[in-house]
Design a protein around this ligand. Structure first.
Ligand code: AMP
Length: 440
């Protein structure tokens, strides 16, 4: 299949060609024609699948025809959870729309609002925004929606995780009822189902499951290791593998700082990136990493969410995420757009429950590798794959005061699964579990 058969016009095809894209990705092939038809779409797709072009291309196409946008009005609104993702979506719009006369702009918190107020005065065909800043701008009368034709919720699951549901509902309440709705989410939870219900009319569902995605291009493995040995193991992996660039995930901001410091001490250039860093520092960390000036980016989940780093071959989970869906997001940073990548997790005995949750979500037992000289003294329990579907987590109520504070916004605590659930008990006896043969 080629892009020409998807119903896109010459100026867009030219821009895509210049990007070096030959064939549409699966999500693009599925989504572009239905979005062009004006239908509502709900797609389960993570970053790395080409989903951004899956919605930006048909939106650009659609908006290139039709009425001019009035001052302070917008014709399409794209909501996304983080500043980085908002900026990246806008960059894509600029690239793909370079031969069209469709305007776009990006607004997010953490920077001055005045330039954004000024920019919105002349209207924007497409506005890409984080929910909190959008509401601030709306409350100051800077943005009006009666010309709105399309709404996109990108990484909707993450927006819910971050406590944006109230802001999203407030935004939905002020949008015209007659509009096209597109919802993209990496996971399909009850909360997403609930959000979708109130949102869309004649829904077309496009599913691309995490399992399909993780299996295709990312080689996944784990290194069982004692907690205090994780940093030395990481250093050895980077040095012996001669890795040029690696993205390392850390669950906490403090941990990210500490690890970056340790790596620098060992002669490996590293910068931390997390929600306590200013927008300027985050942008610089990402730019330095992309430019190859820094070898390791140590990021927390939310800071790294959605960032697009072409040709990133290694992703390390220095610790496992609490929420298993985050694992899929994390490893989605590598193996993007058909390239192969490696995702390695350093797992200590305390993280068995998180590991089993992840293996249950991706329905696969991860290959275990032991590094010579680092045999763990606390043994990591053997895996036993639980084939029951993963239960979705319902967000607990959030207090509105904490809603816009970046990483601290994570408000739901997933119920920690009991390690014993995977071993013995029901799933074993009934024979519906698959025990890993590569367990140690
Ligand atoms: P996304 O999932 O939207 O974050 O895109 C992941 C990466 O794939 C980005 O670097 C895009 O530039 C790239 N990409 C998107 N679509 C294609 C395509 N059809 N062919 C090659 N690369 C693509």
């Amino acid at each position: 299949m080629s892009f020409t058969s998807l119903g896109l016009s010459a100026p867009i095809l030219k821009a895509i060609h210049e990007q070096g894209y030959d064939t549409p990705s699966l999500i693009q092939a599925k989504a572009i024609p239905v979005v062009l038809e004006g239908k509502d779409v709900m797609a389960i797709a993570q970053t790395g699948t080409g989903k951004t072009a899956g919605f930006t291309l048909p939106i650009l196409e659609r908006l290139s025809a039709g009425q001019r946008v009035k001052n302070n009005y917008v014709r399409a609104l794209i909501l996304a959870p983080t500043r980085e993702l908002v900026a990246q979506i806008n960059e894509s719009l600029i690239k793909y729309g370079r031969y069209l006369n469709v305007s776009s702009c990006a607004v997010f918190g953490g920077v001055k609002i005045n330039p954004q107020l000024l920019r919105l005065r002349k209207g924007s065909d497409i506005l890409v925004a984080t929910p909190g800043r959008l509401l601030d701008l709306y409350n100051q009368n800077a943005v009006k929606f009666s010309q709105l034709e399309v709404l996109v919720l990108d990484e909707a699951d993450r927006m819910l995780d971050m406590g944006f549901i109230r802001d999203i509902r407030k935004v939905l309440a002020v949008l015209p009822k007659q509009r096209q709705n597109l919802l993209f989410s990496a996971t399909f939870t009850d909360a997403i189902r609930e959000l979708t219900k109130g949102l869309v009319n004649h829904l077309i569902e496009i599913f691309v499951t995490p399992h399909d995605l993780t299996a295709q291009t990312v080689e996944q493995s784990i290194y069982p290791v004692d907690k205090h040995q994780k940093a030395p193991v990481l250093v050895r992996l980077i040095k012996e593998g001669n890795w040029r660039q690696v993205l390392v995930f850390n669950r906490t901001k403090h941990g990210a700082n500490k690890l970056a410091h340790y790596l620098n001490e060992k002669g490996i250039s590293a910068v931390p990136m997390h929600g306590n860093k200013s927008q300027g520092a985050r942008t610089k960390a990402l730019a330095d990493f992309k430019a190859g000036a820094v070898r390791v980016l140590v990021a927390t989940d939310i800071a790294a969410r959605g960032i697009d780093i072409p040709q990133l071959q290694q992703v390390i989970n220095f610790d496992l995420p609490n929420v298993s869906e985050d694992y899929v997001h994390r490893i989605g940073r590598t193996g993007r757009a058909g390239e192969t990548g490696k995702a390695i997790s350093l797992v200590c005995a305390d993280e068995a429950a998180e590991l089993f949750d992840i293996e249950r979500l991706i329905q696969q037992v991860l290959t275990r590798i032991e590094m010579e000289g680092f045999k763990p003294s606390n043994r990591l329990m053997a895996s036993c794959l639980d084939l029951r579907p993963t239960r979705s987590k319902k967000p607990k109520a959030v207090d509105s005061g904490s809603q816009r504070s970046g990483e601290n916004m994570r408000h739901y605590k997933p119920s920690k699964s009991k390690t014993s659930r995977y071993l013995g008990g029901k799933s074993h006896k009934s024979g519906n579990g698959i025990c890993g043969n590569n367990a140690n």
